[in-house]
Design a protein around this ligand. Structure first.
Ligand code: GLA
Length: 391
């Protein structure tokens, strides 16, 4: 049984238990891990994420009372959400419900009105781990709206609708990476996304000799805390200073020349973004060539830049990356970096498949010794994007 089939079976069973009848519809959307290209999406740059085998799954049926209310219960035990479709849909409590609320509001505005629904949400994407649990929830909601109404959206339009939900309802000014990969992921492929043109290219990643290991520091990240929005503003300040539409148009040379008239912090933020965009393109080429040592080196450089210039790492992420560097290629690790928005969450390591278990054991033990925290470590193959499942 694949991990998706397993989580689908669990969801179906949980629906039956909660509502006393089997579901009529079922959909899934994955979380993601970003291999490289961090904090580049809102700078019109490139990103290289993959969907992971952890999903937000929603099962649904019409409500017995026929009311125009969408009710979402969650296996996590979170307070249930009620969205009354006969009134304007606005943000509110419970706060986790703002992701589905925003998507439902966006769908209604485009004429996708599903009518009343009893929904059960079961998510295996760790919350606050930097693996896009919120994008998975948004994309699952949008996919459910499509499935129930029989109206499909263009994948780009769908991803943008979900991003808008996060901006307007959750107050998080995210870029487009997470929603794009959750919609468009393909098994055995990374997605090279040009965040300016929104063109995508699938990069095959099916070499069985390497695996992507995800190490959750179990330090929660909260991107609504202000650090993320502040980075966005600093990048805008930098591009204005350089008189360019965005940092995508800058080069290291242009930046160096402007150094004297730029705030030091803004300069470092820009240096990260310009370097990271170039590293992402180089990494995509190295993945295509199965040049794993090169990919690993670029991942290491990405981490250093996020830590030193972009200031979005933390002690625990640095500890993981440092332990991985110590293990090195001889011990089975090509490279390791923080992934996602930062300030906690996960690191991703490119590891020789034959050494995954030994490496995982050592990282877990050393991380515990250094920080006192238990890490959660798992491997994921690149997974499929949003899927409609057999209910
Ligand atoms: C979060 C955002 C993304 C992206 C990353 C950083 O995950 O949702 O849009 O900006 O941070 O790369």
């Amino acid at each position: 049984m694949t991990s998706l089939q397993k989580v689908a079976a669990e969801t179906s069973e949980a629906f039956l238990k909660s509502y006393g009848r089997p579901p009529r519809w079922m959909v899934a959307a994955p979380g993601r891990v970003n291999v490289i290209g961090e904090h580049t999406d809102y700078n019109d740059g490139f990103v290289l994420p993959m969907a992971i085998e952890h999903y937000a799954v929603m099962a649904a049926d019409r409500p017995a009372d026929g009311q125009a209310v969408i009710q979402i219960r969650a296996t996590s035990g979170s307070e249930p959400l009620r969205v009354d479709l006969s009134a304007p849909v606005t943000p509110g409590e419970p706060s986790w419900g703002n992701y589905p609320r925003g998507v439902i509001a966006g769908c209604l505005a485009r004429g996708l009105n599903p009518g009343g629904l009893d929904v059960l949400l079961h998510s295996t994407v760790p919350i606050g781990g930097g693996l896009s649990s919120s994008a998975a929830l948004e994309v699952a909601t949008a996919t459910l709206m499509e499935t129930v109404t029989g109206q499909t959206m263009d994948p780009v339009e769908k991803a943008l609708l979900c991003q808008k939900a996060e901006h307007d309802f959750a107050g998080m000014p995210c870029g487009i990476m997470d929603q794009f990969i959750s919609v468009m992921g393909r098994p055995d492929h990374l997605l090279l996304l040009d965040c300016r043109s929104r063109q995508t290219e699938l990069v095959p990643m099916s070499d069985p000799s390497v695996s992507l290991l995800i190490i959750n520091t179990n330090v929660k990240h909260a991107l609504t805390g202000g650090g993320y929005a502040q980075r966005r503003l600093q990048c805008e300040t930098a591009s204005k200073n350089l008189d360019l539409p965005s940092l995508r148009d800058a080069t290291m040379n242009i930046l160096e020349q402007a150094r004297g008239r730029m705030d030091e912090v803004v300069f470092r933020r820009a240096r990260h973004v310009i370097g990271e965009i170039s590293r992402t393109l180089q990494a995509a080429a190295a993945v295509r060539a199965s040049d794993w040592p090169r990919v690993g080196t670029l991942m290491g450089a990405s981490h250093a830049s996020l830590r030193d210039d972009y200031d979005v790492s933390c002690v625990e992420l640095d500890a993981v990356v440092d332990i991985a560097r110590g293990i090195g290629q001889a011990g089975g690790i090509y490279g390791c970096r923080m992934t996602g928005g930062g300030f906690g969450g996960c690191a991703v390591a490119l590891v020789k498949t034959g050494q995954v278990e030994a490496v995982s054991r050592q990282i877990a033990a050393d991380y515990k010794a250094r920080t006192g925290i238990e890490a959660t470590i798992f491997v994921s193959r690149p997974a499929a994007g949003a899927t409609v499942l057999q209910a």
